[in-house]
Design a protein around this ligand. Structure first.
Ligand code: PMV
Length: 308
């Protein structure tokens, strides 16, 4: 039996603009995780059990572009396994699906690691990252690669598409409260609608993305200095630009407003938007009260994470 887990993630700054080459900052959320377990026992062939999505099937019953089938088959082809042994791939996750917390990438990374270890040829981090990126293309269409990167390496990243992975220094630990609207919103759809806006007026949106890029750069400096007031203001500024990109929603805006009214240093949506999650920057002691305030404003669940 082989098991591997991968964390969730939140994007602190720069979602969407990152698809257009601007930087973004993301951190792992280790309180949430996806786990893949491979066992030799199998009712038939390569059996997939994913109770979170009510899936219990032989791989041959899934279309080849199904994200789980694609990840599993990519391991066999990367390792040159022409006759894969019968096994069960059991997938469990505490990361909500389609909510901007990296559930798809975490499941891919966990499967890639557990299955390659089961076959006796563990993949390197670089291979896992590359192969999880391929799977992200099925989930997202045109992903930047930020999700698979932060989840594979499980450390804070300053990410620019196509560039080597860079981590960043955290001058003073800070606390993020994540509020879930409970609305499932596929990233593919929001990425596509930003693409439509961009195609209709490239100069205008390139300027907006430049502005996001500056915010991300300043946010990185603020994190390195441990300047949480500055960091909060930058979050608010980033949220305003995401609203302009039309990827916020009334539910996200309501939670962001509630967070600010309840003393957050800053708040913004996180990830693809249109639903999913938002984040609020708080003083550690205020995290429980912030979680309550977000729940009163309609959050289905909250997660507190410390960035250090
Ligand atoms: O997976 P999500 O919902 O956290 O979104 C990823 C962030 C985007 O910038 C919207 C897309 C991408 O591939 O970078």
């Amino acid at each position: 039996m082989n098991t591997a887990s991968a964390p969730g993630k939140v994007i602190l700054f720069g979602e969407h603009a990152v698809v257009y080459g601007r930087p973004a900052l993301a951190v792992p959320v280790t309180q949430l995780k996806a786990t893949a377990t491979i066992t030799k026992k199998s009712p038939r062939g390569i059996w997939i059990e994913a109770p979170n999505i009510n899936l219990s099937k032989d791989i041959s019953q899934l279309p080849p572009d199904h994200p789980l089938a694609a990840v599993i088959n990519s391991v066999f082809s990367a390792l040159g396994t022409s006759h894969p042994p019968a096994c069960t791939v059991y997938i469990q996750s505490t990361i909500p699906v389609a909510s901007g917390l990296g559930s798809g990438a975490a499941v891919s990374v966990a499967i890639l690691r557990a299955l390659s270890a089961f076959l006796g040829q563990p993949l390197s981090d670089e291979q896992v990252n590359e192969m999880a990126f391929e799977a992200e293309k099925i989930h997202h269409g045109i992903p930047s690669g930020i999700d698979n990167t932060v989840i594979t390496y499980c450390k804070p990243v300053y990410f620019i598409k196509g560039r080597p992975v860079k981590t960043f220094h955290v001058g003073a630990p800070f606390t993020i409260v994540i509020g879930d609207t409970g609305i499932s919103a596929p990233t593919k759809a929001s990425v596509r609608s930003v693409r439509k806006l961009w195609e209709a007026d490239k100069p205008r949106w390139e300027k907006v993305f430049d502005r996001v890029g500056e915010i991300v750069w300043n946010a990185r400096q603020a994190i390195e200095r441990g300047d949480l007031v500055d960091l909060g203001n930058l979050m608010n500024a980033n949220h305003a630009l995401l609203q302009r990109m039309t990827v916020s929603s009334p539910e996200l805006d309501r939670l962001v407003e509630a967070a600010r009214k309840s003393g957050a240093l800053g708040a913004k949506l996180s990830g693809g938007g249109r639903g999913g999650n938002m984040i609020a920057l708080v003083i550690k002691e205020n995290a429980p009260a912030m979680a309550e305030a977000l729940k009163s404003a309609g959050a289905r669940r909250t997660t507190v994470t410390q960035v250090e």
